[in-house]
Design a protein around this ligand. Structure first.
Ligand SMILES: *Cc1c(COP(=O)(O)O)cnc(C)c1O
Length: 340
């Protein structure tokens, strides 16, 4: 498989300029001398960074390929990204979801004009069915991880980040399939070699983590609740890029993610879905690794459902998090500067 390059990313940025505005980077003084930078991908159309990849993929297809359409399998933001991009480019789109999908996600995909097919008990069956449908219909099957265009598109977030904050010590990226972390590695290696890229996964779905540690893609149980991080296998393409450039790969647990969601909601007034708070969860769970540093956390998405929001607030009510603000006095952190 061809590896995406920084040149592909520059091309993707030019393609995306007509479709997406740069997302804000908010900077907060934080505990342990950390200067916390929060990259707000939750404000993207469809509420997640993945839209950068979907639009880049569709923009790069020939008119004939677009006319045949695209086909994806996903339970969440990847589906919305593809459906959104397909609508933008007038391409037919089919999404295969496991049976009884989250009604809100299914409705969102339909509202974007995509055809929704429910098949199989889990994503593994849905993906096999998607491959059959693609073979039968000629639609372009889009993998959730092994797609150079998706990585190049997602990497534009990191071009933006390092322009907004050229002097970062670390950027922390939540991982499902690994396209986001691979994208961070690709861009950091080219324009910010002094910045560590740190990946984060849930201990309940550690396939990418274990693949990276072990040096080859492996399958693992997939028990996480946060959909953006739910994946059962490591993907070859992002793993290869991560192997070359990733500084570290941390695990967090479900309680840590929920706590980070609450912290973001209460102190930063950011509504993150679980996956979108996982990077901050890593900073809160492993403070010794980030003390005194300029750290960026990717808030990758904000598509928290109603039940999830209620649960986060309940946890916050009963177990106040160990949030220390810049002033260390329990006040909400002051926004030191807001970059565009
Ligand atoms: C997909 C997703 C991730 C994980 O990204 P990968 O590129 O699959 O590793 C993280 N957060 C959110 C909100 C997502 O939608």
């Amino acid at each position: 498989m061809r590896l995406p390059t920084i040149t592909d990313t520059l091309r993707a940025r030019r393609l995306l300029a007509a479709h997406l505005a740069p997302t804000p980077l908010r900077v907060h003084p934080w505990a342990d001398g950390v200067t916390l930078h929060v990259k707000r991908e939750d404000v993207q159309p469809v509420g997640a960074f993945k839209v950068r990849g979907g639009l880049t993929l569709l923009a790069g297809m020939s008119p004939a390929e677009r006319a045949r359409g695209v086909l994806g399998y996903s339970t969440g933001n990847h589906a919305q990204s593809l459906a959104y991009a397909a609508a933008r480019f007038g391409a037919p789109c089919t999404i295969v979801m496991p049976e009884r999908p989250n009604p809100a996600k299914a409705a969102a995909v339909r509202a974007l004009g995509a055809e929704l097919v429910e098949h199989g008990a889990a994503l593994e069956q849905a993906s096999a069915h998607a491959a059959e449908l693609a073979a039968r219909t000629g639609k372009r099957l889009v993998s959730a991880g092994d797609e150079p265009e998706l990585v190049a598109g997602v990497a534009t977030a990191y071009l933006e980040l390092f322009e907004q904050a050229p002097d970062l010590d670390a950027v922390v990226v939540p991982v499902g399939g690994g396209s986001g972390a691979a994208a961070a590695c690709l861009v950091a290696a080219a324009v910010a070699p002094g910045c560590r890229v740190v990946a984060v996964q849930s201990a309940a779905s550690p396939a990418a983590h274990d693949s990276w540690r072990g040096g080859e893609p492996v399958a693992r149980p997939n028990r996480i609740i946060a959909e953006g991080l739910a994946t059962g296998t490591g993907f070859a393409l992002p793993q290869e890029i991560m192997r070359a450039h990733l500084a570290d790969f941390l695990l967090v647990d479900h309680a840590g993610i929920t706590r980070a969601q609450w912290t973001m909601l209460r102190d930063l007034h950011v509504l993150a879905e679980g996956a979108g708070a996982a990077a901050l969860a890593a900073v809160l769970t492993h403070p010794e690794r980030f003390a005194g540093q300029r750290v960026a956390v990717m808030c990758t998405g904000g598509n928290a459902g109603e039940a999830e929001i209620r649960r986060v607030v309940d946890v916050g009510r009963t177990r106040p998090p160990r949030t220390v603000t810049g002033a260390g006095d329990g006040r909400a952190p002051r926004v030191a500067r807001a970059l565009p």
